[in-house]
Design a protein around this ligand. Structure first.
Ligand code: NAP
Length: 349
């Protein structure tokens, strides 16, 4: 059996960091060997530093790990970043400058010139840009959690019919605000119609992801996108109500057909975290629902439902995806598996 690649998690004590630890506990290719976080946690045993909120037990091996500082002296050359964006920018650059491959969930480097913004099913070819990197390491970014669900559903429409404009209204889970996140009195029995910076990310990130990499520059897709983002009292799973205007009109049957038949490199390469069916169309008019569908395909599938004609745009539908799995830790693992399968990690093996 091939030796596992040693990996570290930066920001290992937070909401996304804990999800990494859970997903890495039996990973066939990666072995979690180091955890790092802020000065509040470093030097402590992980079990003492963390307030474990996953609903699976904290793995025995990780309990005893001593939390490191986020400094580029770790033994693992592949690091997953779940750092707060107030510190991620600088720390991730330091790691990349020192030869590490950093796969990040933070927003800071998503629009850097030679940093790809990857959804493995959508734009795996954008990884090519890291070959132009002058640093010895590289930063690879995972998009915003709501962007991922949206763009997964848009990709087959864009490829087959062309997208002219998109309107999206989100209903986002509280785990998306990190841990401890919002005060319970602010969110229980409530909807908060503002998530700082979120609408801008949802309007800009899809254009890079659905754009083309030409002569080592990203040519942004020309689609008009408008987003409104709301925080709702759901623990996990972001729901998005989407309206689309297509360049070439299609029937509802054709749209469902391109979603259901959507398949891409992660499925063809049979990557460990890849969902067999990346987009699951649910025919019951009450679906998708976060409580029922966020864990489809271990949280890696995006569910879509309620496709119907729209009197303002051409069609409207509802998308649901698990924000800390598909939208964060699971998405990052899938990027890293793709990089390993395509030889991008050979120099650190
Ligand atoms: P979180 O729960 O607040 O966790 C933040 C992590 O960053 C903790 O481990 C914290 O360590 C660490 N940290 C804070 N200040 C630090 C410093 N000065 N030096 C080193 N480490 C520091 O946040 P989260 O929700 O997990 O999000 C992590 C990142 O992923 C963010 O950039 C977020 O935008 C992004 N993201 C989140 C989601 C989601 O659904 N939650 C989805 C997609 C992307 P201590 O515990 O030691 O303070």
């Amino acid at each position: 059996m091939e030796k596992k690649l040693k990996v570290a998690v930066l920001g290992a004590t937070g909401s996304v960091g804990q999800k990494f630890i859970e997903l890495l506990s039996n990973h066939p290719w990666f072995e979690l060997t180091e955890v790092a976080a802020s000065d509040r946690s470093s030097g402590k045993k992980y079990s003492e530093a963390v307030n474990w909120i996953m609903n699976t037990p904290l793995p025995e091996k990780v309990k005893e790990m001593i939390v490191q500082k986020c400094e580029p002296n770790l033994k693992s050359r592949l690091v997953f970043s779940a750092l707060d964006s107030s510190v991620a920018g600088e720390i991730e650059s330091e790691f990349a400058d020192n030869g590490y491959f950093v796969v990040s969930n933070a927003r800071n480097h998503r629009f850097d010139e030679n940093v790809p913004l990857i959804i493995p099913e959508v734009n795996s070819e954008h990884l090519e840009i890291i070959k132009t990197n002058k640093k010895s390491g590289a930063i690879i970014t995972n998009p915003n959690c709501s962007t991922i669900g949206l763009v997964m559903a848009l990709k087959p429409l864009h490829d087959n019919f062309g997208l002219e404009s998109v309107n999206v209204v989100t209903l986002q889970a509280v785990s998306g605000a990190g841990y401890p996140g919002l005060a319970s009195l602010d969110i229980i029995d409530n909807v908060i119609p503002f998530i700082s910076g979120e609408e801008g990310k949802m309007e800009s990130e899809p254009l890079k992801i659905l754009g083309e990499l030409k002569n080592n520059t990203f040519d942004l897709a020309k689609i008009k996108i408008s987003a409104q983002c709301n925080r709702v009292s759901v623990i996990d799973g972001h729901t998005e109500c989407v309206q689309v205007k297509l360049k070439n009109m299609a029937s509802a049957e054709e749209i469902i057909q391109v979603w259901e038949s959507f398949s891409s490199p992660p499925q063809k390469l049979n990557l460990p975290s890849a969902p067999k069916q990346p987009i699951v169309y649910l025919y019951d008019e009450k679906y998708p629902q976060p409580k029922l569908h966020r864990n489809l395909e271990r949280g890696m599938a995006v569910s879509v439902g309620r496709l119907r004609e729209c009197s303002l745009f051409d069609y409207k539908f509802v998308v649901l995806s698990h924000n800390t799995v598909r939208g964060a830790a699971g998405g990052t693992l899938l990027i890293s598996e793709l990089m390993k399968a395509q030889g991008y990690l050979d120099k650190i093996l």
